[in-house]
Design a protein around this ligand. Structure first.
Ligand code: CU
Length: 640
């Protein structure tokens, strides 16, 4: 299922590095007049210079004396985009909204005035602040004509870097972000203080993806792309915000030039990472160094990328490929700025060294309803704000396996607490990162570690393709000091196998028998971990007689595969034949699929959606007959 706005609206899709220019007519904020604000003292005075060379940029609002008290008025009105006046939703008459610039330890107060005709609210994406009361609370709903004052006490140890703000009322996120309700937040300090970067000028780039909506045209597809000036040999540090409603942006430099990646989602990497392609998921931010080449003009393009099957071609509803995000014009006196490639940028706590207290699995799936509409789900469930999906213990380390069972990209975004990516499809990430949003390739498994600290309270995690989020791909999470037995029980997702693994805190090991089997397999160097099957045809469900081979997932835990087979199809899997089938999987040998294996394979390859809905309380066996035929027998067995 395609899920980007490009798929639903059509051809006029464009990535535009944009920003704007239209300034609001003042504003009631104490420090919040529009335009390019003078840099006050505090952390701001020490930050590297920002380039103002005609490249479009939103107005900035700086904190002073530890305080930024400002207004954001959300309304529908005319803004200036690439020199044209268009009508769309906006904050303070600016598209994107004003950039808020703060320091560690600041008090940020935002008076949000809703002058739209629909509810809205505010999420400070990436902030490590309380998710409750009038802080980063996404359950607040501000009706039309109402206002609400948000207060954020920025922790002294919140990493300096790139954050952003946008609405978060369920089912309104995608249309509002798409329409332009988004703005950047920069916390200065951190990398700014690094001697090697102190004189490297900065450029802040906010990416959005405007197009046709409600008859109002946001004409960027045929607009001239902005130009960024650079001198030959000069280094520039770019903070790039993907504030788009749902598009994965993959940027490519011309002539094999590379980006030096410095930070992800507000977190500094330990060392710079040289990359040719820079992928920025919707909601994510990246900080990079770029160097001016020989004199000339160099387009920086959003290279073709299949976010959904066929989505790399405009004819399939994808964005226009190879669209120029901006043109880098290298001219002027040469510069010889150097940057040590092996410099230590920062230091992060490696959660891989800590004891994992709990494991969970989150399955991203899609379900097409009879009406043709697509439901986007996590662990077979659509979002319900009144349900407690996950309860985490404050200070505990958890390992989550994120399984994308669909044929398109999703992302995993966590509020309040960031996470470290450990592996993707079994390939270990060779460095320590910290992110609040990670892209999940189709059919992939991503293992992350996280440790909720400092704040108890209730928030959410979700896909940041906001169309998917609005259509259900979101769940609640609460962090408590001491989970009660009832909370622990509620947070255990029992859906028959695939989304198991919510072991109790303090008992992370598989059963002794399974441990012995794993030890045996690992000693022989085979089957390091099993939970998938490769070699199966993609175009149709597997059938008896197909030859399959287990896919090593490499996350070091094979027992979930065994539990899957036990959890599902309890009838067949108690037979000797199905035990042999399981053993064949364990031993990593190709085998002809037996019927019981087929069922199991289908259950692994297909989202839990069909079987889950069939198994929901109150559903009869008749529901099972409506699911795909290879799956139905299994469901029937479980239902009856
Ligand atoms: Cu998604």
């Amino acid at each position: 299922m395609r899920g980007t706005r490009g798929s639903t609206v059509g051809a006029l899709v464009a990535v535009a590095a944009l920003a704007v220019a239209a300034l609001s007519a003042g504003g009631s904020s104490a420090t919040g007049s529009g335009g390019r604000a003078a840099r006050p003292p505090d952390c701001h005075s020490k930050a590297p210079p920002i380039l103002h060379d005609g490249f479009p940029e939103p107005p900035t609002r700086y904190s002073r004396g530890g305080v930024l008290d400002t207004r954001l008025r959300a309304s529908l009105g005319k803004v200036l985009i690439d020199g044209r006046r268009v009508t769309t939703m906006n904050y303070e008459g600016s598209f994107p909204g004003p950039t808020l610039v703060i320091c560690a330890g600041d008090k940020l107060t935002v008076h949000l005035q809703n002058d739209l005709t629909e509810p809205t609210n505010l999420h400070t994406h990436g902030f490590h602040v309380s998710p409750e009361a009038n802080h980063d609370n996404v359950f607040v709903r501000i009706d039309p004509g109402q206002s609400f004052t948000y207060e954020y006490d920025i922790p002294r140890d919140m990493p300096a870097g790139a954050y952003w703000y946008h609405p978060h009322v369920h089912m309104f996120v995608e249309p509002q972000v798409f329409a332009g309700l988004a703005g950047a937040i920069v916390q200065e300090g951190g990398l700014d203080d690094l001697p090697a970067l102190r004189h490297v000028p900065q450029r802040w780039i906010v990416i959005q993806n405007p197009e046709v909506r409600h008859g109002k045209v946001v004409p960027v597809a045929d607009a001239s792309e902005p130009t960024a000036k650079i001198r030959p040999g000069q280094l520039q540090r770019w903070r790039i915000f993907n504030a788009d409603a749902g598009r994965m942006v993959v940027l490519g430099m011309p002539h094999h030039a590379r980006f030096q990646l410095l930070a992800e989602d507000g977190h500094t990497l330990a060392r710079p990472l040289s990359v040719r392609r820079l992928m920025i998921a919707p909601g994510s931010r990246r900080e990079v160094l770029v160097r001016g080449g020989r004199p000339g003009s160099y387009p920086i393009k959003a290279v073709p990328f299949a976010q959904f099957p066929g989505g790399d071609k405009a004819v399939n509803g994808g964005p226009i490929p190879n669209q120029t995000l901006l043109t880098l014009r290298s001219a002027g006196a040469p510069s010889h700025m150097s940057f040590p490639a092996h410099i230590r940028l920062g230091r992060l706590v490696d959660l891989r060294r800590k004891h994992v207290e709990r494991k969970r699995t989150v399955v991203f799936s899609e379900m097409t309803e009879a009406s043709g509409a697509t439901k986007f789900q996590l662990n077979g469930m659509s979002f319900d704000p009144n349900r407690a999906d996950v309860t985490m213990k404050l200070g505990s380390v958890e390992q989550w396996t994120l399984i994308n069972e669909t044929r398109e990209w999703h992302t995993f975004h966590m509020h309040t607490n960031d996470f470290q990516v450990v592996s993707v499809d079994g390939r270990r990430v060779p460095y320590v990162d910290e992110q609040d949003n990670v892209a999940l390739p189709p059919g992939s498994r991503t293992v992350i570690l996280m440790q909720p600290t400092d704040f108890t309270g209730r928030s959410v995690f979700h896909c940041h393709v906001t169309l998917h989020e609005d259509h259900g791909m979101m769940a609640t999470v609460q962090v408590v000091r001491e989970p009660t037995a009832a909370q622990m029980q509620r947070s255990v997702v029992r859906d028959g196998g695939l989304a198991i693994s919510s072991a109790a805190y303090g008992s992370p090991s598989p059963p002794p028998g399974v441990r012995a089997l794993l030890f045996f397999c690992r000693a022989l160097g085979i089957a390091p971990a099993l939970a998938g099957v490769s070699g199966l045809p993609q175009a149709r469900p597997p059938r008896a007689g197909d030859r399959a081979r287990p896919a090593a997932l490499g996350h070091g835990r094979g027992w979930s595969a065994l539990l899957i087979s036990r959890g599902w199809a309890p009838g067949p899997c108690t037979t000797t034949r199905s035990r042999l089938c399981t053993l064949a999987l364990s031993l990593n040998v190709a085998f002809p699929l037996e019927p019981s294996c087929v069922r199991r394979t289908v259950l692994q390859r297909e989202p839990m959606r069909s079987c889950r809905s069939a198994l929901a309380p109150g559903r009869g066996a008749s529901t099972c007959t409506s699911v795909r035929s290879p799956c139905a027998p299994c469901c029937l067995e479980r239902c009856t």
